[in-house]
Structure formats: C-alpha cells, structure tokens
Design a protein around this ligand. Structure first.
Ligand code: ADP
Ligand code: MG
Length: 351
C-alpha cells in the first residue's frame, strides 16, 4: 500500500486573498457601476453621471454631487473593510445605506486602477488620489473640483486575464449598464441620472428629477410602457407576522413585449427575487395570455429587521422573513387587478 503524503497547507498571500475576494464582489463592469452608484446615492447625491468606455473595461467614470469625502479619510478610503456606514454587527439590522461592508472600492483597486476626485462642502478646492491594491499611491493632490465626488475605474480586470477574455468575448456590458441605470432612475425619481459612452454626443439614459414614477418611466422606458401601466398596492399590517407594504406599477393587456421586465426594490435596494418574478409571470400567463410578458415595477417596504441584506457578495439578493406569505399577497392583488382590467375591457369591447 502506497501512503500518499498529504499536501502541505499554507497561508495564502494577502494579495491573492484580496484579489480572489475582489473578483466575487466585482464580477463584471456592471457590478462596479452598481457599487459606485449606490455609493453616490448613499452620499445624498441629486445628480449622478456615468461615462463608460469599451463596455466599462477601459473606463468607468461616476460623478456625483454628494457630500464628498474628507481629506483625512483618503488614505484608508480603499482599504478593505473601511466604511463610514457600519460600526457594529447589530447595525446591520437597521441599516439604511446601500453599502455597509467597506469592500467595494477596495475590491476595485485589486482589479483595476482607481482615481478619486472629491470636495467637501465649504472647501475651496478638492483633492485627487489614486489607488492600487488597497493602497493610496501618493499624497492626495489639491485640484479644482465641483461639488461631490468623481470616481474613475481604469483597465478593469487588467490582472485577471481569464475574466477579461470571457467578458470581451461575451459582448459588451453596456446594455446591462443602461438597464441598471434605467432601473435606478425610475425608483430614485428625485435624482437625475445620465449614462453615455465615452465621446458619444448624447446620453443613453437621461432622467431629470421628476414628480412622478410614471413620468420617470416615460422618460426612461418610453411612452409605450408608460401609457399602459396600472397602479397596484398591497399591504399587510394587521398580521404582525408579515408586515409589509408594496407600491407598484404593472402593465395592462395593451402592453405586448418579448420579455418580462421586473424592476424590484426592497427597502430601496435594487434586488432580484426569482420566486416573486415567477409568481407574477404565472398570474399574467393565466389572466392575460396575450400580454404575458409584463413590465413590472415594485417597491416593497418591510421592517429592516425582516430583511437580511447580507446573503450575497454583490447584495443582489436579500432574504425576507415570510417570503411565501408576501408573494402570495402580491400575487393576489396583481391577479385581481388584471381580472378587473380585463373584464372592463371585454365589457367595453362588447358594448
Ligand atoms: P461601503 O459603501 O460599504 O461603506 P465602499 O468601499 O463602497 O464601502 O466605500 C467606502 C466609503 O467611502 C464609504 O463608506 C463612504 O464613506 C466613502 N464613499 C465612497 N464613495 C463615495 C461617494 N461617491 N461620495 C462620498 N463618499 C463616498
Ligand atoms: Mg459602497
């Protein structure tokens, strides 16, 4: 019998650990943009402008008019686990900000070259600093700056050859980026968003702060979507087991599309919920078979202690307490809305 020697266990280099972790947080250009835009929203911005070159692989630039970053915080800004948003683990139960782990900017510095230009209120000039592998490269330089922060991500995945190749082959992330910003734009109607390709004369997403969700949807998704929407609401505040509120806009029988669009925010976080999406799709196929690929915008509000935001490295998914109950309630209101609208229509057609 040959006894095989066990392989020796050793500690990974910190730089390797960090690069592996970064690859999980920043999976593709669009994930970097999501993190940057969420930071801008957390900073109280009212205007967020994005420029993208080569699907985000060459350049991503996000400029906002938020509160800026303090000069004395710049040295640790891009270290892993540095944040202004969370202190204790318990803070997670009531967290209102999109970010909390202090990992996004750090991650970007492990897979790209990051430059930050920022100015805080009351200052005469701003500062510019650049970062690699979690570290500031040199003392921040004083520079002219307009209100807020501008973050530039250059040569994303320059040190992850396989990732870069796959992304280059699988086509441009730009449509995904436009889709992401469209979603943000219809939820955050008080914020104006723009997104353009580097050097392009006009923006592909351009939303101005508007007074209603319908106006925002019209300007981002177009008239054909906006004119065929119905408001839906659901809530359950009597049963203490599943307190929630849902406000939404869903397409009616006149809206015909090739695929479903589901824009879901839970406690103002842009998330995916496959179970809810499926539940809604089933109702549409059963009730409005011809319009079975709906446009759905829903905003769910739950007590923050009922939402676990920390289940996915990209925070794309959250887990909810009593998810089944909530989904059933939403399914029921959507169904009754669709039936009513359909009956109204049949009635109109007959008379
Ligand atoms: P997190 O958002 O989880 O705190 P990040 O790595 O995304 O972690 O950002 C680290 C910190 O940098 C934030 O907590 C915030 O204080 C600051 N920051 C990042 N982006 C901005 C911005 N656009 N405006 C103001 N502060 C920012
Ligand atoms: Mg963040």
């Amino acid at each position: 019998v040959i006894v095989k020697e066990p392989p020796k266990i050793h500690r990974l280099d910190e730089s390797v650990v960090n690069r592996i972790a970064a690859g999980e947080v920043i999976q593709r250009p669009v994930s970097a943009i999501k993190e940057l835009v969420e930071n801008s929203l957390d900073a109280g911005s009212t205007s967020i402008n994005i420029v993208v070159k080569d699907g985000g692989l060459k350049l991503i630039q996000v400029s906002d008019d938020g509160h800026g970053i303090r000069y004395e915080d710049l040295p640790i800004l891009c270290e892993r686990h540095t944040t202004s948003k969370l202190s204790t683990f318990e803070d997670l139960h009531s967290i209102k900000s999109m970010g909390f782990r202090g990992e996004a900017l750090a991650s970007m510095t492990y897979v790209s070259h990051v430059t930050v230009t920022t100015i805080t209120p009351g200052q005469l000039h701003g500062y510019r600093a650049s970062y690699r592998d979690g570290m500031m490269e040199y003392e921040p330089k004083a520079c002219a700056a307009v209100k807020g922060t501008q973050i530039m991500i250059e040569n994303l995945f320059y040190n992850m050859t396989a990732r870069k190749k796959t992304l280059q082959n699988s086509g441009d992330d730009y449509p995904k980026i436009v889709d992401l910003l469209s979603r943000f734009a219809i939820h955050h109607i008080n914020v104006s968003f723009s997104c353009r390709k580097h050097g392009a004369p006009r923006a592909d997403v351009h939303s101005v702060a508007s007074s209603s969700k319908i106006d925002a949807i019209r300007s981002v998704y177009g008239v054909s979507v906006a004119q065929n929407l119905m408001a839906v609401e659901a809530s359950d505040d009597d049963a203490s087991s599943s307190v929630f509120e849902m406000h939404g806009l869903i397409s009616d029988s006149n809206y015909i599309a090739k695929k479903i669009t589901m824009v879901l925010f839970i406690n103002d976080r842009l998330v995916e919920c496959a179970a809810l999406k499926r539940a809604v799709e089933i109702v549409y196929s059963a009730t409005l078979p011809k319009a079975s690929k709906p446009f759905i915008y829903m905003s769910l509000v739950l007590p923050s202690e009922h939402v676990d935001v920390n289940v996915h490295p990209t925070k794309r998914e959250v887990s909810l307490l009593n998810q089944e109950v909530i989904i059933e309630k939403i399914q029921a209101v959507v169904e009754s809305k669709l039936r009513n609208s359909n009956e109204g229509r049949t009635f109109q057609e007959q008379t």
